[in-house]
Design a protein around this ligand. Sequence first.
Ligand code: G6P
Length: 608
Amino acid sequence: MCGIVGAVAQRNITPILLEGLRRLEYRGYDSAGVAVFDADSGIQRVRATGKVIELENALAATPAIGNLGIAHTRWATHGKPAEHNAHPHVSQGLAIVHNGIIENHSALRHRLIDLGYVFTSETDTEVVAHLIAWHYSQTRNLLQAFRNALGELHGAYALALIHEDEPQNLYCARMGSPLVIGEGSGESYIASDPLALLQVTDRFRYLDEGDHARLTIDGCEIWDREHANVERPVKRYEHAAHSLDKGEYRHYMLKEIFEQPEAISNTLSGTLGDDHVLTAILGPDAESRLAQVQNIHIVACGTSYHAGLVARYWIESQAGLPCQVEVASEYRYRTVVVPANTLLITISQSGETADTLAALRFAKDQGYLASLAICNVAGSSLVREADWRLLTQAGPEIGVASTKAFTTQLVALLWLTTALVQVRGLSPNQVAANVAALRQLPPLIEAVLTLEPAITTLAERFANKHHALFLGRGPHYPIAMEGALKLKEISYIHAEAYAAGELKHGPLALVDEDMPVVSVAPSDSLLEKLKSNLEEVRARGGQLITFACETIEQPGDDSDTISLPQVDDIISPILYTIPLQLLSYHVALVKGTDVDKPRNLAKSVTVE
Ligand code: G6P
């Protein structure tokens, strides 16, 4: 989704801006642009549709060189993807870039048209550019004009502003969309994601909601929404040491699939005792407060929502607590009933998903006992705004389709389930068994990753398919949902997941020789039921592809079945995720799609 980079320095900042945009490419976008101030010619703006490389080509033809500038990758919301809609937008000597959505853009646009402003785009962002210009024409004070304009905006924004009258200053503001300030030596930067700036700094100030700031080469001044001068502490970016290139891998997604053993080890590091979990990682009073929990609500989007669905099976069966799981975009707009002592859990790899963040804010007035964020980004808004945080240590995930972030979320949720069993004094044996099972995960995943060649062969069967069904039962039903989501995201094959017991209630009508049916068949208490469901598919000529426990006797052709090691039931959903990720990846290769940046999708969905 949209990305922002900005810099003020004593050298040409265009290469910093372009490198920043390249690093944000994984988030998904359809056009890009820069605006750079040059003392001789004022603000130079260059924009292009398509990838950042198109912008680089445009800049080769029309160079923009200067010490102050802003840049943007746009993911179209208001107005189609086109050069005239790409950011930066300009007005009377200023240029701005914007992430988010201005909800009252239409009323503001009409007012500005009446004031004589001429619009060249359909965007809500151009409205903001003219609004700041109009306030500047009234005040001749850029900081005041910026504040006056911000005061009129409804909606979500991260904004960056430069003006020809103040060639030493870079202004920015955030409300509802992420923005960080990067500190360099003798230069300052901004970005919507710290990853964009890791080539120049690992020191960041995270702006709070409603903050706005002015950056110079010497540092920055920050004000809160009341315009009071505030300090936001400098934090070192903890993932700076992680490699951000693809290394030996063809795609980030494949690299991230293979990083899962390490990501899970890192996530578990410091959280487990010999036969118990270390609840103190949640905070000093976590043990007693967790013991108070009587209900759990989980809210998330996309892949993170699927992690929550798996956790419901664990929490209800082991901790004996009622657990409800919901997508954030629904939850935030309905009347929720919150029983006494309910814990709210939000799950997000990015910690910036607009709906999940809004759900957390909405929940603050709903009488929850506490909120817990499970997240992969320590400095994210979700982490900062929740009462408790459980950080996954997956490292940066660049592929849009989430892989290692998902399995580390599952690990965190199983850790939490175990913590609940422990603080409720339910079963020390269960706690010890979960801890042992969690420890076994990294080598088990290493073993499953060796199945890649067999999965590659299976993937070829999808070359001419347009649809696929995924089946699972129990906690493997959400794993089937995640498998189907992965396949649609990156191969564009329409895929649906069903709880296998639902087959006869509709989807069986779709089954014929053109319909691959992927099933997840661990050796658990539901296996015999699942086998009957699969026979129903086989009897109708459906093309069965089964990921099954090695101990199960295969009724069909061996080439249709991939065997996985037998493991403790509790970790089985995590293990069965891996072959489904590999299947989607290899089907996408067969289809020739853009694996890491699938069409129309964004890594971090910061607008609702
Ligand atoms: C986007 C991403 C998905 C992700 C979802 C939720 O749709 O493409 O991979 O699962 O957002 O994101 P979050 O950061 O909240 O987990």
